[in-house]
Design a protein around this ligand. Structure first.
Ligand code: FAD
Length: 507
């Protein structure tokens, strides 16, 4: 997004520097900070900005040890800051360690993997300014491992066996350091005594060692960083710092717990989302006009065409759609719209909400936003299956309009709108629409992982997990994780298909 704010927005998880915050951010930080000095008019900076954003998502777990920032030196008010740091060309990187500043670098890698390695190299070069939160990255010896549980208060030690030049062990250590009850160390293939004691034959490979001196190999789809980190973060007993396991309330235990964890789409969630949006969320608007009215019309129109509901619900939605299309004025009153609902949707939709697949472990988790995402994944897939949509963007535009005009969570709407502005127009097929929503939802998951709003029983993951869809996950030649988009599309078309929606728990 290129705007007055420069190349980055608050949704990018990059600290945006300005004369007002630069001192407090740079000099009070306990994390090492990588600052990109750029100019909006510089083509190389524009070309580099997606990499900087991807890096921010990729190393989100490293934040307390390593954080990313950026400053737009083309913005006149920032010029003094850039001059003070002696910036002469763009883009430039500077690494600020707590109590130490490195020199400017213009010869840095231009890809995410290279930048990760660059960060680790910089950290290791500046041992004396080690960020306090940063875990040790050096290799572990046999002696350290043998005494590990006497000196460290953890239940599990993950050992990444690898060659000297591999970064996997250090990356996984950083990926896991915000998690409790587990520590990660790298062991070199030259530690022959440990290698033969544990029977290690593959490098890299990851082993779990516990205080009873039991050792087992970590089972993963691929021997690579993302797969190790993902598997270790989900091990029983491993929890994110500050996120204790919350007991499941009795209410939930007595109702749908059996199905609760099964990852399926339930009609009850979809109908509850309709109930909430039509009768609760929209009721906050006494009259609806202008862009809001257009958004409402598109939303109902898309629902009337693609909602894969019971015949009575579909027919009710069609009646509401016809009524709305007939409203040629510039404004409608919600009370009039409500009267139409009374005679249509109200006769067929349940009167309240019943979250099933979207039920949280506590009442303030999940629910409506979960069902709202699910609804739109279903609608994009339905539009793809019907394949006679006038426009491949109609479902996404309906979602964008609804979120912008009515979705009660306003920060959510701002973030979603900035993602839509950035790339929704690049969608040029119904398949691409399905994938766009999937990938943007994953961006939101990445941003919210570890957030207060995250249900500890449903951690935000890059979805679908390797267990749910093994073929969706692959490896590039470099060892980087890779989503196989064809496989993801096949998976989504199956998972969100009308044939797989469960009708249980409908009121
Ligand atoms: P959700 O993220 O709601 O996902 C629901 C279900 O969809 C999951 O259980 C899973 O089965 C499936 N799923 C997960 N990821 C994907 C994917 N990538 N593709 C397809 N299916 C998937 N909350 C904030 O705190 N800040 C925000 O800025 C914010 N922005 C939002 C923007 C929008 C448009 C919406 C609808 C919600 C937003 N939320 C935001 C809410 C947040 O995204 C979650 O919906 C909420 O925290 C509930 O999370 P959940 O665990 O139920 O899973």
């Amino acid at each position: 997004l290129i705007s007055e704010a420069g190349l980055y927005t608050a949704s990018d998880q990059i600290i945006i520097l300005s004369p007002e915050n630069v001192d407090s951010v740079l000099f009070n930080s306990t994390a090492a900070l990588l600052v990109e000095f750029y100019a909006t008019w510089c083509g190389h900076c524009v070309a580099f900005s997606p990499t900087w954003k991807s890096l921010a998502r990729d190393i989100k777990e490293w934040k307390p040890a390593v954080d990313l920032a950026a400053i737009d030196c083309a913005n006149e008010s920032n010029r003094k800051v850039c001059t003070n740091f002696g910036i002469t060309g763009f883009p430039s990187l500077k690494v600020f360690f707590p109590a130490y500043s490195s020199s400017e670098s213009r010869g840095f890698p231009r890809d995410v993997r290279g930048l990760r390695h660059y960060i680790i190299d910089k950290l290791e070069m500046h041992n004396e300014a080690w960020p306090p939160a940063c875990p040790p990255l050096e290799t572990a010896s046999e002696e350290e491992i043998d005494n590990f549980f006497q000196t460290n208060n953890v239940k599990l030690l993950a050992l990444v066996f690898e060659s000297k030049d591999s970064y996997v062990g250090r990356e996984v250590t950083l990926d896991l350091f915000q998690y409790e009850n587990i520590a990660v160390r790298r062991v070199l293939d030259t530690e022959t005594s440990l290698v033969s004691r544990f029977g290690v034959t593959d490098f890299p490979s990851c082993y779990l060692y516990n205080s009873s001196r039991h050792i087992s190999r970590l089972k993963v789809l691929n021997e690579a960083r993302t797969f190790y980190s993902y598997a270790l973060q989900r091990l029983p007993g491993v929890v994110r710092t500050g996120k204790p396991q919350i007991p499941i309330t009795d209410l939930i235990k007595n109702s749908t717990l059996q199905e609760w964890r099964s990852t399926r789409v339930y009609m009850s969630d979809l109908e509850s989302a309709l109930h909430y949006s039509l009768r609760v969320e929209l009721s906050g608007h006494i009259s609806i006009s202008g862009n809001d009215l257009t958004a409402l019309k598109k939303y109902i129109n898309v629902l009337s065409k693609h909602f894969p509901g019971r015949p009575s619900v579909k027919s009710a939605l069609k009646t509401v759609d016809s009524w709305l299309q007939q409203q040629k004025g510039t404004e409608i009153k919600y009370s009039d719209f409500r009267d139409v609902l009374d005679n249509t949707v109200d006769a067929v939709l349940p009167e309240g909400v019943q979250w099933v697949g979207c039920q949280g472990s506590q009442s303030h988790y999940r629910g409506y936003p979960c069902a709202f995402w699910t609804l739109f994944h279903v609608l994009t897939v339905q539009a793809k299956e019907m394949d006679h949509s006038i426009s491949y963007l109609e479902v996404l535009q309906a979602m964008r309009g609804y979120v912008s005009s009515f979705f009660g969570c306003r920060p959510c709407a701002t973030h979603f709108e900035s993602m839509a502005q950035e790339s929704m127009d690049h969608v040029t097929s119904l398949s691409a629409a399905v994938l766009w929503l999937w990938s943007r939802h994953n961006r939101v998951n990445n941003r919210l992982a570890g957030d207060l709003s995250e249900d500890p029983h449903f951690p935000k993951i890059q979805w679908p997990s390797p267990e749910l869809c093994p073929s969706c996950h692959g490896l590039k030649k470099t060892g980087e994780h890779h989503w196989d988009q064809e496989e993801v599309l096949t998976f989504l078309r199956n998972y969100f298909s009308s044939a797989h929606i469960l009708m249980d728990y409908l009121q």
